[in-house]
Design a protein around this ligand. Structure first.
Ligand code: FES
Length: 361
C-alpha cells in the first residue's frame, strides 16, 4: 500500500501512540510478574490438520492437539507463538472460531521480506506436520462497554484479529462496522464469510490501496452521521497511523483507538555488542552478558525463566524495570521518550551503555 511507518503527521496521534504503548507496557509488566518462572517452556504439541489457500499468498493452517485434548479457550484478538523450527518462533493471531476449543486456525501471508517465518510455513508445512505452539495470549483484547459503537478497520493480512472481533460483536448483537481495505478481490481473505450474514450487514470490502484514498474514505466515515466510540485497527504501521490521526481528529477519545502491529521489523543497525554486568536486584544474582548473547539467553542459562514472545524487541513482553545503569536500547517497542527515561529495557535485544545494569527481577 506504500504506507510509511514514520508517516504520522499529527503530533497528538504520536502522543497517543506513546500513551497506548505505555499502557501496554504496564499491563504486560503486571502480567509478567504472575507468570515468571513457568511460561517459556509451556508449549503445546499440535498437528497441522489442514492447509488451505484462502487468498493470494495467504494460507490458513488448522491446528489440533496431538493428544486429542481440547485446546485452551481464547477471546477475539488473541495470538499464539508458533515454533516453526528450532530457533524460529513467530506470532500469529488466531482467526478461527473462538467458541470452538478443538482446533486453532492461523492465516499466514507469505511476505517477500520474510525473515524465515512465513516463507518456512508456506514452503515446508503441510497437513500432518507437527508443530509446537504457546497458549493463547491477548494483547489486543476487545473491550466494549454499554451501547458503545465500534468501528473495525483492517488492511491486508491485518484482517486476522479483526475478523474474530467482528464475529464476537455480531454474536453479541452489538452495533459495529467493519472496513476491510484490500488490494483486490483475489487478495481478500475471508471474503465469503464477510460477504454473508451476519457480517455482511456491517462489513465493507474496499479495493483501495493509496494512502490518499484510504484517508479520504476514513474521513468521510468518521465525520459522517454515524458516531463511533471505539476503533480497533490492524494493518501496516503507516495505515494504522492514518486511522489514528483521522479518528482523533474526528473527536474519538484517544484511549479508544486500539491497534495491533504486525509484519517485518526494521531492525536498528547492529552496534557492537560488548559484554555487560547484569544484577537482579530482587533475586540478588549477578550475571555477565557476554558479547554475542542476549540478557534473555543468560537469564535462561542461569535457570531464571522470563516470559518472551517475539524475541525481536517488538512486542514488549520481556520489558523489565531498570533500577540502575543506562540501557543501550535496540528494540522497536519503547517510544523515544521511554527510551530517554532509561527506566526499562527489552531484555531480548537491548544491551547496556554502562558497565552494569541493575534490573527489577
Ligand atoms: S520478547 Fe518481544 S520485546 Fe522482548
Amino acid at each position: 500500500m506504500g504506507w510509511s511507518v514514520a508517516n504520522c503527521r499529527d503530533p497528538r496521534v504520536r502522543q497517543q501512540l506513546m500513551g497506548e504503548r505505555v499502557f501496554g507496557l504496564r499491563w504486560m509488566a503486571r502480567a509478567r510478574i504472575d507468570v515468571v518462572n513457568d511460561i517459556s517452556t509451556d508449549r503445546i504439541p499440535v498437528r497441522v490438520e489442514r492447509v488451505a489457500v484462502i487468498a493470494t499468498d495467504i494460507c490458513r493452517f488448522d491446528l489440533r492437539r496431538i493428544d486429542g485434548e481440547p485446546l485452551p479457550n481464547w477471546r477475539a484478538g488473541a495470538h499464539i507463538d508458533v515454533h516453526i523450527a528450532p530457533g524460529l518462533v513467530r506470532q500469529y493471531s488466531l482467526c478461527g472460531d473462538a467458541n470452538g476449543s478443538e482446533c486453532y486456525s492461523i492465516a499466514v501471508k507469505r511476505e517477500e521480506s520474510s525473515r524465515g517465518g512465513s516463507a518456512a510455513l508456506h514452503a515446508n508445512i503441510r497437513a500432518g506436520a507437527d508443530l509446537e505452539i504457546s497458549r493463547p495470549r491477548n494483547l489486543f483484547p476487545l473491550e466494549v462497554g454499554g451501547k458503545e459503537r465500534v468501528l473495525l478497520v483492517a488492511a491486508g493480512i491485518g484482517i486476522t484479529p479483526i475478523i474474530t472481533m467482528a464475529r464476537e460483536l455480531a454474536r453479541s448483537g452489538r452495533r459495529f462496522a467493519l472496513l476491510y481495505f484490500v488490494r483486490n478481490r483475489d487478495a481478500c481473505a475471508f471474503r465469503e464469510e464477510i460477504s454473508s450474514p451476519p457480517l455482511r450487514e456491517s462489513a465493507e470490502i474496499l479495493h483501495e490501496n493509496t494512502p490518499e484514498r484510504v484517508r479520504a474514505i476514513l474521513e468521510a466515515r468518521l465525520n459522517g452521521s454515524v458516531g463511533y466510540d471505539r476503533i480497533y485497527t490492524c494493518g501496516p504501521g503507516g495505515f494504522m497511523s492514518c486511522v489514528r490521526e483521522v479518528a482523533v481528529g474526528s473527536g474519538i477519545k484517544e484511549d479508544f483507538v486500539r491497534s495491533e502491529s504486525f509484519g517485518a521489523i526494521a531492525r536498528k543497525e547492529e552496534a557492537p555488542s560488548k559484554a555487560f554486568h547484569l544484577r537482579l536486584a530482587r533475586a540478588g544474582v549477578d550475571l555477565c552478558v557476554p558479547e554475542g548473547s542476549t540478557a534473555v539467553d543468560v537469564l535462561r542459562a542461569a535457570g531464571i525463566s522470563i516470559e518472551t514472545s517475539c524475541e525481536q524487541g517488538v512486542c514488549g513482553t520481556c520489558v523489565t524495570k531498570v533500577l540502575e545503569g543506562v540501557p543501550d536500547h535496540r528494540d522497536s517497542f519503547l517510544t523515544d521518550a521511554e527510551k530517554r527515561r532509561n527506566d526499562c529495557i527489552a531484555l531480548c535485544v537491548s544491551r547496556a551503555c554502562s558497565e552494569k545494569l541493575v534490573i527489577d527481577l
